[in-house]
Design a protein around this ligand. Structure first.
Ligand code: HEM
Length: 145
């Protein structure tokens, strides 16, 4: 695998991506992580909370877990044309859940707040790597709105 991001589409080097994946593993190892994320996300605004008023969170948590892996894989330069990423974008687009493109910034902020609370090795540099890693997936979802 290439370690030079300029050779492919990926925004992070192989080593940087490994740092993000290790942080994700530490977060998922804490049973509170997914609950805490939804608590933080739905606290961002009344509009965001409204989107989840009928949500079965047990199911939603399983989906979020797998979608975080998809988002991280997007950062490694793949998945732009994958079925999984396409399905994720479709569920959120204007014809389905109608998730406004600007809400993805709240999603990212809620995610980072949660990682800061849960990952014992959280620091400013991990924060930056995470934000960079989530960018391609977020940009893709926004572009498919
Ligand atoms: C890149 C960021 C995001 C990821 C990875 C993500 C992930 C997911 C996943 C995996 C599902 C389940 C899809 C399914 O049922 O097949 C889902 C559903 C949903 N997402 Fe997102 N999401 C993101 C951003 C957002 C944002 C910004 C909002 C804004 C409020 C949002 C609101 C929802 C809602 C309302 C549902 C449906 C929940 C239900 O079934 O009741 N998502 N999301």
């Amino acid at each position: 695998m290439s370690t030079n991001p300029s050779e492919t589409n990926n925004p992070l080097s192989y080593d940087d991506l490994e740092i993000v994946k290790a942080s994700l593993r530490r977060c998922l190892a804490n049973p509170e992580f997914l609950d805490r994320f939804y608590k933080n996300f739905t606290s961002m605004s009344a509009q965001i909370a409204e989107q989840f008023k009928n949500t079965n969170f047990a199911f939603q948590k399983i989906m979020l877990k797998s979608s975080l892996h998809i988002m991280v894989t997007m950062a490694s330069g793949g998945m732009q044309n994958s079925d999984a990423m396409d399905k994720l974008a479709t569920v959120h687009n204007r014809d389905h859940r109608n998730i406004k493109p600007e809400w993805y910034y709240d999603w990212l902020d809620a995610l980072m707040k949660t990682i800061r609370e849960i990952d014992p090795q959280y620091n400013a540099s991990i924060d930056q790597l995470w934000r960079t890693a989530m960018q391609p997936g977020i940009a893709y979802m926004q572009s498919k709105y």
